[in-house]
Design a binder for this molecule. Sequence first.
Ligand code: AMP
Ligand code: MG
Length: 394
Amino acid sequence: MKSVDRHLTDILATVQPLAPLEVDLERAHGTVLAEDVASPVALPPFDNSAMDGYAVRAADVAGAPVVLPVIEDVAAGDSELRAMGPGMVTRIMTGAPVPAGADAVVPVEWTDGGTVRVTVHRPAPAGNAIRRSGEDVHAGEIVLREGSVIGPAQLGILAGVGRRRVLVRPRPRVVVISTGAELAEPGTSLGHGQIWESNSFMLAAAVQEAGGEVFRAGAVTDDPQRFLSTLEAQLVRADAVITSGGVSMGAYEPVKEALAPLGKVVFEKVAMQPGMPQGFGVVGDDDVPIFTLPGNPVSSFVSFVLFVEPALRKMRGLPEGPPRTVRATTTAYLRSPAGKRSYLRAVLSGDTVAPVVGQGSHQLAALASANSLVVVPEEVTELPEGAEVEVIPL
Ligand code: AMP
Ligand code: MG
């Protein structure tokens, strides 16, 4: 049997980062920056008020309380300002440019709020409540580096430096296809021998959380021809394909039957539990990577975490590697088959981890109650309560 590590290495050797492309800001969320972005101007671009109040000369309010004439109002966005002579003040709003001649802002709370004349109750030091030009960013300064994941704050600064379009590696477009003659769409009634199809929903959400864009092609029956025609129809919009089911040792294994003869997808046994039957390769003229995951829901999910997510990271241009792990102490005795690496569903809290009841690869409710996977190495068959273990947080 092939090792988990070897299987991931093979996958990462095939999968390549997606080519960068320029997108509008509206489409940039969740993508990965493929250029260094610099600000064309200083930010803030001009000295402006940090508060609602009065622009003053600090020297004029040093002897507060004082009464001074208000020469005009400036609001955020005003551009034509009168310079202030000695003994004058300008009523000013947050974000408005500081008029020439002023060197401090007195917050409205320190005054009587007058509009013709104002009584200033407290002195303000020079520079008070003024946001200086260039305080956040210098003109020409790089604000985001290539390889940054664009989240809300990163989108904010991209817009803040005036960018409308950015060069990014896009979210990988991933098609999810489930197979199985027994599968019924949730929301419909179940016939005898049927189960509701769950993998495509679970895998689609996992793709989105991993930064991909997903197309759920739904479920196809166990007919290899039907599977192939669905696959062909979906390939046009795919950077990767995930299938579930139809790769085991039984009869009616449509994914294996359809793809094995093409010679570019390898079906093999990986030394892991759950998730032993795995397939990976490429399909179509563009050699689109395809992950053929086992159908048991927990197997399918664990396979995604171990193999698909790292591949999606590489496609996005992020550093490659296996899932992140932490160390914790198990609160219960653990068992694992010899020769296979186990991924036991568990609840991690602080530095302890408790396996959940229901470790079968069909036990989806148990998976849904877990927040982590305890990794038990191939050669270890049992671990006592209190042993230190490696854990993949989910
Ligand atoms: P297979 O890998 O096709 O042999 O399926 C293994 C087990 O997983 C069977 O019990 C299937 O009914 C179940 N299964 C396969 N695909 C799905 C799916 N999309 N949703 C829920 N269960 C599934
Ligand atoms: Mg099946």
